[in-house]
Write a protein that binds this ligand. Structure first.
Ligand SMILES: [Fe+2]
Ligand SMILES: [Fe+2]
Length: 332
């Protein structure tokens, strides 16, 4: 990519692909059983792969340069679900075209000997550029271990650095909170500094809303305040997240200017009781003249307005300057 070219990044999140088949008795934990009751009693009627299929077909027509998926591909972190999601990712695109970070529903309970989200490793690892940054050269741990040690990863596309962190780890029933942990935060800070020194436009992918103020303690990022400190010191140009299942624009404080934060509605959502107008959607983010200090960002949202489509343009805005006010949260 040249300095004056356009890079188009498609963003999906929270597909929550329906769970199929019989669940083996050994997988029935208390948390999964409670989650399954919640799913059967209503949530399953809010999600459908038909929405995801429509969004993906529409996105393909726009030929994005890369696709970012910010977690919650599945519902209960079951091995069979994670396998199905791996097949879905393969159909979506090759490993160098798609980048993923896990959500709390992907890492739902401890899995012990099962590889878990390591099935998606090809979509969650540094490229040759990332491997030159010691804190982005992280191996996936053995099965059952905390996979946060494998993050962040970094992928470079011309003057853009895509950085993935993992905020998800098993939590008790009724808790959907996340946490990056001190070690990952430390690695992230050095990664943001290194990519910033290289003059790259840094796009950070995270499942949970990055600031403590963007979700309740039961659902939010527990070390959001520490992340805010990292962002204030080291900066980033854009943050993409999911988890809240709503379209939001907010901003974090950076060293020189606000950092836009984009939250997106659930990709698989066909019915939304709380926000009926927010159904399945993807965003196409155009990054122009990428590279610091100039990094122009425009976002267009495409989504469902009715159950069966069609997919239409639902939002268009600039993500730098006047459209992003520090601390503002606007439903869109
Ligand atoms: Fe979700
Ligand atoms: Fe989530």
């Amino acid at each position: 990519m040249t300095a004056s070219s356009r890079f188009a990044l498609a963003h999906f999140s929270d597909l929550h692909m329906p769970t199929r088949g019989i669940v083996a008795p050994r997988h029935w934990t208390v948390k999964r059983s409670l989650g399954y009751i919640n799913w059967q009693s209503g949530r399953k009627r809010s999600f459908d792969t038909s929405a995801v299929d429509l969004l993906v077909a529409d996105m393909r027509k726009r030929s994005p340069d890369h696709i970012a998926v910010t977690g919650d591909l599945v519902n209960f972190g079951l091995p069979s679900e994670l396998e199905s999601a791996a097949r879905w990712l393969e159909a979506l695109g090759p490993e160098d075209l798609v980048s993923v970070v896990p959500g709390n529903h992907d890492i739902y309970v401890p899995l012990r000997r099962d590889p878990g989200v390591a099935r998606w490793i090809g979509y969650m690892r540094s490229d040759d550029y990332g491997l030159t940054i010691p804190d982005a050269d992280n191996a996936f741990p053995s099965a059952g271990a905390d996979v946060r040690s494998a993050f962040p990863y970094v992928r470079r596309f011309g003057k853009i650095a895509l950085i993935g962190v993992n905020s998800s780890l098993p939590m008790p029933p009724f808790i959907a909170a996340g946490e990056l942990g001190q070690a990952q935060l430390h690695r992230l800070e050095t990664v943001l500094s290194a990519t910033g020194k290289d003059g790259l436009c840094r796009v950070l992918m995270i499942h949970h809303p990055p600031l403590a103020s963007l979700a309740s303690r039961r659902r939010g990022l527990r070390d959001g305040q520490a992340l805010a400190g990292v962002l204030k010191r080291s900066g980033a140009e854009l943050i993409l997240h999911g988890h809240n299942h709503t379209n939001t624009l907010a901003a974090a404080e950076g060293p020189d200017r606000p950092i836009p934060i984009v939250g997106i509605a659930a990709g698989g959502m066909i019915k939304n009781r709380k926000h009926p107008d927010q159904l399945g959607r993807y965003n196409l983010i155009e990054i122009m003249d990428a590279g610091l200090p100039s990094c122009q960002l425009k976002m267009t949202g495409y989504g469902l307005q009715t159950l069966n489509g069609p997919i239409v343009e639902v939002q268009h805005c600039n993500l730098a300057g006047a459209d992003v006010n520090l601390g503002a949260i606007a439903g869109a």
